[in-house]
Write a protein that binds this ligand. Structure first.
Ligand code: SAM
Length: 228
């Protein structure tokens, strides 16, 4: 899979591209990840990528020309390039969407800043606007990192043990069950006996119950969705 990220702060991505599973996926050739500095696509000598909004108002807006040039430099018209604008106005990202995006061959991610990007870029090039939640961040870089990390976990062979993603929160429509490791006793709290029993049927049953109970308490909306 190939992911191109368009940003005015490519250095921000160095902190995540070279660690953990993203690094592993790049090393294995499962993922090709590139950062494009939007300023390299500006036509003027000051490398301006933003301007004041028509109609007035606070803040600046990303100009359309550099963004269009950056997208065109990467978009493969013949193949399945999919362009995503990280935006609080998009559909809210979830695990189902993450899996669907992991099936694409090529993603172009646009990171906005300031007041956002010129609407004509959305109209002409963007296949999907995606939000990482109902709150405002100062830029699309952290949302793009969230997206890349979540997608990479879905790529085949990236997470060492496939079972570790299969049982995770949202994969089964429930939150995950609680996990414990050694020591069996810690500051007066013991690990639930069933987990020490060696009875794998009972353990699986206990985990299902715990997952359901936690989901009911914290995210009843997930149960409602499953029961529809
Ligand atoms: N004026 C915009 C609005 O109210 O919808 C907010 C712009 S925000 C300050 C600047 C940039 O941060 C956006 O263009 C977007 O790329 C990114 N951003 C902020 N919050 C986000 C969120 N919840 N999900 C995804 N991207 C977000």
């Amino acid at each position: 899979m190939k992911i191109d990220v368009i940003t005015i702060f490519p250095e921000m991505f160095e902190s995540i591209f070279d660690f953990g599973i993203i690094h592993k996926a790049r090393q294995a050739g499962t993922l090709e990840l590139n950062c494009l500095d939007l300023r390299n696509f500006a036509a003027d000598r000051h490398r301006m990528v933003d301007d004041r909004p028509f109609g007035g108002g606070a803040g600046m807006v990303f100009k359309p020309e550099p963004l269009a040039a950056a997208i065109r430099s990467r978009r493969d018209e013949s193949a399945s390039s999919w362009t995503v604008y990280l935006s609080p106005q998009g559909h809210v990202l979830n695990q189902t969407r993450m899996r669907a995006l992991a099936d694409k061959d090529h993603l172009i991610l646009i990171c906005g800043r300031y007041e956002g990007i010129d609407q004509r870029i959305i109209d002409l090039f963007v296949d999907e606007e995606l939000s990482i939640g109902d709150y405002i961040l100062s830029g699309g870089e952290i949302p793009a990192m969230v997206l890349v990390d979540g997608i990479v976990r879905c790529l085949p062979g990236v997470v060492g043990h496939p079972a570790s993603t299969r049982d995770e929160s949202f994969e089964t429509g429930l939150l995950d069950y609680p996990v414990y490791t050694r020591p069996a006793e810690f500051e007066g709290l013991s690990v639930p006996e069933v987990l020490l029993s060696g009875d794998h049927r009972e353990i699986a049953r206990w985990r299902r119950l715990q997952a359901r109970e936690k989901t009911r308490r914290v995210r009843p909306d997930l149960l409602d969705q499953n029961e529809q």
